[in-house]
Design a binder for this molecule. Structure first.
Ligand code: ATP
Ligand code: MG
Length: 252
C-alpha cells in the first residue's frame, strides 16, 4: 500500500542554517508516528512542511501521493498554543473550519456536536475559551481539527503546556479516538514517555543539521494501558529512545 505521508529527501535551509537535511520517511495509512529530538533539530520544520506552511528548499512531501503545495483541509494541524478564537464559543470555534465547506446547516451542526462530544466538551459547548482549562482548550482545538475530517493529523507538541496528569488523560483520550478511526497521526513531543506510549514508531531526530537519526518500532499492543506504561517492555523501549535522544554523537 502507498504511504499516507511521504517525506522525500526534504531539505529546508534558513539562510546558512540547514534546519532539515534530506529527511526521508514514509508513514503508513493508519499509523501513529511520534517524533522526538533535541530543541532545534527540525521537528517543527518537518511538520510545517507537511502542513504546507513552510516550503521546502528541495525535496517534497506527498500526502496520498499528491505533493503538498500549501495548507489544505486534508491535513488537520494542532499546535502547542491552542490558537482558538477568544471571542468565539467552543461550538463556534469547532464550526469555524467548516465554513469553508459548503454544507447544509443541519449537517454542519451535527458534525460540530459529534466532534465536541468526541473530546468530552458537550457541557461546555457554549463556553468561551477564557473560561476553560488548558486541557479543555486543547481538546477544543482537537475537535476543531476533527470537524474538517482531515485524512491526517499533524500535532506539534499539543500537550506540551499541560500538567502531567492532564497530559496522561489527553494521551488516553487521543488513543481512544485514534483506535476508533485509525486516522494517520504525526505527533511531535519533547516527552520520551509520551512518544513511546502513543506510537507505532518513534522517529528520533538529531540537530545541526536537523536530520533523521533513528526510527524505533514500538512493539506494544493497543489499547495502551497503565499496565503497559509500567511494564518492563515499555521501559526497555523508553530507555532505547532516551539514549538515542540524549546521547547523540557519543560513541556507544
Ligand atoms: N522561520 C525561521 N527562520 C529562521 N530560522 C528558523 C525558522 N524556523 C526554524 N528555524 C531554525 O531552524 C532550526 C529548526 O527549528 P525547528 O523549529 O524546526 O526545531 P524543533 O526541533 O521544532 O525545536 P523545538 O524542539 O525547540 O521546538 C532551528 O535552528 C531554528 O532556529
Ligand atoms: Mg518545535
Amino acid at each position: 500500500m502507498n504511504p499516507k505521508i511521504s517525506f522525500r529527501n526534504v531539505t529546508r535551509s534558513f539562510g546558512s542554517l540547514l534546519a532539515l537535511d534530506r529527511l526521508n520517511l514514509d508513514i503508513a495509512d493508519g499509523e501513529f508516528v511520534t517524533v522526538v529530538g533535541p530543541s532545534g533539530c527540525g521537528k517543527s520544520t518537518a511538520l510545517n512542511v507537511a502542513a504546507g506552511l513552510v516550503p521546502t528548499s528541495s525535496g517534497q512531501v506527498l500526502v496520498d501521493g499528491a505533493p503538498v503545495i500549501g495548507p489544505g483541509p486534508d491535513r488537520g494541524v494542532i499546535f502547542q498554543q491552542y490558537a482558538l478564537f477568544p471571542w468565539l464559543t467552543v461550538r463556534q470555534n469547532v464550526e469555524f473550519g467548516l465554513r469553508l465547506k459548503a454544507l447544509p446547516a443541519k449537517e454542519r451542526r451535527s458534525i460540530v456536536q459529534r466532534c465536541i462530544a468526541l473530546v468530552g466538551l458537550t457541557d461546555f459547548a457554549d463556553a468561551l475559551p477564557k473560561t476553560l482549562s488548558g486541557g479543555m482548550k486543547q481538546r477544543c482545538a482537537i475537535a476543531r481539527a476533527y470537524a474538517v475530517d482531515p485524512k491526517v493529523l499533524l500535532m506539534d507538541e499539543p500537550f506540551g503546556a499541560l500538567d502531567a496528569l492532564t497530559r496522561v488523560n489527553m494521551q488516553d483520550q487521543l488513543l481512544l479516538t485514534w483506535s476508533g478511526d485509525r486516522r494517520t497521526v504525526l505527533f511531535i513531543t519533547h516527552d520520551v514517555d509520551e512518544a513511546v506510549y502513543l506510537a507505532n514508531r518513534v522517529v528520533v531526530m538529531a540537530a545541526r543539521p536537523g536530520r533523521l537519526q533513528e526510527v524505533i518500532p514500538v512493539d506494544l499492543p493497543y489499547p495502551r494501558t497503565e499496565a503497559i506504561r509500567l511494564s518492563a517492555e515499555f521501559t526497555a523501549i523508553r530507555n532505547h529512545v532516551w539514549r538515542a535522544v540524549y546521547h547523540q554523537g557519543e560513541a556507544h
